[in-house]
Design a protein around this ligand. Structure first.
Ligand code: HEM
Length: 142
């Protein structure tokens, strides 16, 4: 695992991101924009599901949540390669990634859920995504 992380950190992309004046901040801003789109779409969507008015909200907001997630993943991966060897050994980073995978599965599995299953998934999602956000911020201080 450490060898892969070291190899990622040695790539031209990682070296460029580490030394460039503008690219890293722009990628970081892209990560934050993705997070804003993701959480900003998911919270009202989950609240609407819990209030029994999920259908229209899901139709309107899901594309924004998916786009935000994709942007956060692409930019997050670019942030990751700059310090991959530190992140792979960080408990907070690993917790963030583990929770993120579980929440993505929660969203995917419940696409075909019953009404009760959908409400359970909405509660998990409402608590989970803001927790990922908090963990993401804390990684920078660990
Ligand atoms: C595969 C997906 C993702 C990867 C690989 C990833 C990776 C990273 C990395 C490497 C950092 C820099 C940490 C540092 O400060 O040293 C970061 C920051 C952060 N991430 Fe992610 N992340 C992903 C998805 C997400 C998602 C979905 C959220 C929120 C729901 C999130 C929330 C944050 C936050 C709040 C920060 C701190 C940003 C800042 O203070 O400038 N991340 N992420």
């Amino acid at each position: 695992m450490n060898e892969i992380a070291a190899a990622l950190e040695a790539t031209g992309l990682a070296q460029h991101l580490k030394t460039s004046r503008w690219t890293y901040p722009l990628v970081n801003a892209g990560h934050l924009l993705g997070i804003a789109l993701l959480v900003g779409a998911i919270v009202p969507m989950d609240v609407a599901i819990l209030r029994g008015r999920g259908t229209a909200a899901v139709r309107m907001l899901r594309p924004w949540a998916v786009a935000g997630f994709a942007l956060a993943v692409v930019c997050g991966a670019m942030l990751f390669v700059t310090q991959a060897t530190d992140y792979v050994t960080s408990d907070l980073y690993r917790l963030k990634m583990g929770l993120l995978v579980l929440l993505a599965l929660n969203a995917a599995v419940h696409l075909r859920a019953t009404a009760a299953g959908l409400r359970r998934a909405a509660v998990v999602s409402l608590v989970g995504w803001p927790t990922v956000l908090l963990l993401g911020r804390l990684v920078g201080y660990s």
